[in-house]
Design a protein around this ligand. Structure first.
Ligand code: NI
Length: 382
């Protein structure tokens, strides 16, 4: 049998982007079959896998792992570094997938021995990184009992966390990760000769005013207790020194942890973009791209997680954390049933820090694999 570390390193060598996780899905299915676990593959566009392990009459729950990698050139120099140029497991989903395979092995043994107290569904989903693979798994029926196993009553997921020490788990009740929306803006004026600005309508000056005014939205319009982020991350316009361009293109993101803050951000920004552009004689179009919803930990699922993991680890090792402005498609599960998402410490003992998520030098810590398994088993057996 392949060791879990071998599996993790094999997945790390062969990273696949969202909805392209064909090989990864095959590894998952091979390992589930070897463990004697029933599963259905081919979900969520082809690579999603749903496994079911029968157990006693406790309430059915689900555990989730994401499988996709990122378009990053790996710079770890590890012997098991990516063999696919420009693809990398820089978010540790190789670790998450391996942990859930390890959980499947343990639960299969308990199920066969008649000691598993509840049925468990394992969700191996594609495309967490921007592709909303969780939503497609849900649309296929991964929690409602229509594919394999019974309908699920609660779901738990984890993410490797470089800022936390190895051996520490952390979570919080309520919102833990943000809604992350994107926007694109086109500000259109009238181009012409830079020596005759009075005959033009300058979209660059208008864009500058829009960007300046947008800084007031978070500080003046959003409830300071709720907070939020509005970042303009890209600006493109013009070609050379003596031409006023016809239009300017902007791109950016908003992040928020409360739906009311989201409404204030969106409405405030819509008004500023159209109003400020108009004040400068320009027309503006804004396109919003809905991101993942707010990842919300149901208080009862969080309380359960906190109790059972503190018993399995220790009170000191199971901590509360503040919310983070990143987004997660685990949020979609939490819209359907009570859910709890938690952070699994990765930072090696004796180190102050390690490369962060999405960094070309990041590597999931192998020593966190048994700890992730232990946390999931505590949840199942609690
Ligand atoms: Ni991730």
């Amino acid at each position: 049998m392949n060791t879990l570390i071998d599996i993790r390193h094999d997945l790390h060598r062969h990273p696949e982007l969202a909805y392209e996780e064909t090989r990864t899905s095959e590894v998952v299915q091979r390992e589930l079959a070897a463990a004697g676990v029933a599963f259905v593959g081919g979900l969520a566009g082809g690579t999603g896998v749903l496994a079911h392990i029968p157990g006693g009459d406790g309430s059915p729950l689900a555990l989730r792992a994401d499988m996709d990698a990122l378009p990053i050139v790996e710079q770890t120099g590890l012997p098991y570094a990516s063999e696919t140029e420009g693809r990398m497991h820089a978010c540790g989903h190789d670790g998450h997938t391996t942990i859930l395979i390890g959980v499947a092995r343990e639960l299969a043994k308990a199920s066969q021995a008649g000691t598993l107290g509840r049925p468990v569904t394992l969700v191996f989903q594609p495309a967490e990184e921007g592709g909303a693979g969780a939503k497609r798994m849900l649309d296929d029926g991964c929690l409602d009992g229509s594919i394999i196993g019974p309908a699920v009553e609660r779901i738990f997921g984890l993410h490797g966390w470089p800022a936390l020490a190895l051996g520490v788990l952390a979570s919080r009740p309520g919102p833990i990760l943000a809604c992350a929306d994107g926007f694109e803006i086109r500000i259109t004026g009238r181009g012409g000769h830079a020596a005759m600005p009075h005959l033009c309508v300058d979209p660059i000056a208008a864009a500058a005013a829009v960007i300046q005014s947008a800084q007031h939205i978070v500080s003046r319009r959003v409830d300071p207790i709720m907070g939020g982020v509005l970042s303009i991350t890209r600006i493109e316009g013009g070609t050379t020194h003596n031409i006023i361009p016809e239009s300017v293109y902007l791109q950016g993101t908003t992040r928020f942890l409360d739906p009311e803050a989201g409404i204030a951000l969106h409405e405030g920004f819509d008004k500023i973009v159209s109003g400020v552009a108009a004040a400068h004689g320009c027309a503006a179009e804004i396109d919003w791209h809905d991101g993942y919803p707010i990842t919300y930990n149901a208080p009862e699922a969080y309380d359960y997680w906190d109790t059972v993991t503190a018993e399995a680890f220790s009170r000191e090792q199971v901590q509360t954390m503040g919310p983070v402005m990143g987004g997660e498609d685990f949020s979609y599960y939490g819209e359907q049933i009570p859910a709890c998402f938690f952070a699994l410490g990765l930072c090696p003992a004796g180190e102050d820090s390690m490369p962060g998520l999405h960094h070309p030098s990041f590597d999931f810590n192998d020593e966190a694999i048994p700890l992730g398994i232990k946390a999931f088993l505590a949840i199942v057996n609690g």
